[in-house]
Design a protein around this ligand. Sequence first.
Ligand SMILES: Nc1ncnc2c1ncn2[C@@H]1O[C@H](COP(=O)(O)OP(=O)(O)O)[C@@H](O)[C@H]1O
Ligand SMILES: [Mg+2]
Length: 269
Amino acid sequence: MATTLCFINQKGGCGKSSTCFHLSGCLAELGFQVLLVDADPQGSLSQAFFGSAEIERLTAEETLAVLFDDDCHRASADLITLPTSFERISLIPANHTLAAHNSPSPELAGLKQQTLRAHLETSPRYDFVLIDCPPNLYLCSWNAMLAADAIVIPVPPEDFGTQGLRVVHQAVDNARQLNSGLRLLGHVVTRADRRLLVHQAYEKRLRSLYGDLVLETVIPEASAFKVALACRQPVGHFSPRCKAAQATRALCREILERVAEQAKKRQVA
Ligand SMILES: Nc1ncnc2c1ncn2[C@@H]1O[C@H](COP(=O)(O)OP(=O)(O)O)[C@@H](O)[C@H]1O
Ligand SMILES: [Mg+2]
């Protein structure tokens, strides 16, 4: 069975898509089969692999959107997984055609709340499925939470208000009522510049509020992430020895450890 991780935060620009993109490279390098699911109508993750022109050209039938169509049938659903140019990384793409399905009232969506979960249950075997959410908690994010084993919340260390995070935590709690196996794997501090006092202070505050629910690894703000993305390569493939790649590998190790711990706890329970 695959381990499914949902990368979520209702804010944009906090590194959800980047984390999915670069982390997929590390997991693949370790020999894991990875499926990325782009659940964001903005399609950033899909564009990172294939470029914006190619992704915007895709019809709804070639993207995640087809699963939400009322007349979706299995044959079309099976056609939406694209191999990428990286070994062991596949992607279910998304583009603007998903926007019409991203209802702001997910609890009214009936069976469509479980669309992604149902699809992933019948998908070929992967070791990891990483779902990249849009910057809101509408139906696409709700589907991601109901399909996931664990939640990762990327948080840039800039906003002292924890109000936004509370809403995300509340959504995770709500999702747990329909997906009892869902766990919060942790918050990842992203885009950090540890030279900035404000970043240090926010990180400290986050750790004092959430304890070991904040991963030790901190992803720095680094141009290598942007350059690698522009060259359409996960940073570990693009520049294996740079600090950004090292941080991503550290994050990958920590996530693997936490996934293993949670699996052990599940066996004991
Ligand atoms: N650690 C980082 N260092 C430098 N740039 C980053 C970093 N993380 C993300 N970015 C850049 O910030 C922008 C927003 O990141 P993205 O991952 O798309 O955020 P989100 O998916 O949460 O909206 C992108 O242009 C991305 O390249
Ligand atoms: Mg994104």
